[in-house]
Design a protein around this ligand. Sequence first.
Ligand code: SAM
Length: 279
Amino acid sequence: MTAATLYIIATPIGNLEDMTYRAVRILGEVDLIAAEDTRHSLKLLSHFGISKPLTSYFDHNQQIKGERILNALRQGKSVALISDAGTPCVSDPGYQLVRDAVAENIPVVPIPGACAAVTALSASGLPTDAFTFAGFPPSRQGKRRTFLGGMSALPGTLVLYEAPHRLLDTLNDIREVMGERQVIVARELTKVYEEFIRGSASQVIKAVSQGIVRGEVAILIAPGDAAPPDSEPLENVLRRLMAEGALSVKDIARQAAVISGVSRSEAYTEALRMKNEGN
Ligand code: SAM
């Protein structure tokens, strides 16, 4: 145990067996543990027989508490930072504390362990050579669509966190903005009701619509160039729908986007081009 060190310690995201030996040892050795929710963390710590001074460090007290934690470090104390679950600083408080400690040349030591994003990605079957983790999408639809649109052309798999009550809205926006991609909802990872809902965006939306999704969820979206295996080429779909003659260009584009796995705007541009050229 090194004095005046800030340890960033990952804790399980559900299954307590995912706690690492090193995490248990260091939590038992530090002078102070800073936790996002002290009551929540007390349960974890007592499960592992750890009894140490605890202080809270969460979103709304970061500035005051951060300064106190830095003071403890300046005085030569060792401090461990933990969040409610998973890796601190990943969609959790901690980044500012780490930044300030680094600025003062205080050693910061990561103790790796569970992280929902990487856990979901590892069993997703989607490309893992490159991926983007983008945290929680904005809760308002307009901002969420802009956010998704901004990431539509990124290479690699996109990993998001979402609250269960917003899952369906976000999935609908994913289909709307990004087109019919392969999507996976990874639910309750490492817990009793762990589940992977896989399929095209439409199939996953259908599955999710059939019941109430409870628990914690991460969403994974295949890169734009990985079209669903059974998708029909855009031009064919547009030609077929246009030949039926019953729909407006806008409606044709909407349907064609879903069938072909492209974005609505791409389908609309192509539909207009074909209509103008008399195809
Ligand atoms: N720091 C954590 C980590 O390393 O994964 C993430 C904290 S963030 C506040 C909580 C979000 O992570 C949840 O809303 C959910 O999107 C995702 N998450 C956490 N645990 C999960 C689990 N067991 N299964 C699926 N998603 C989970």
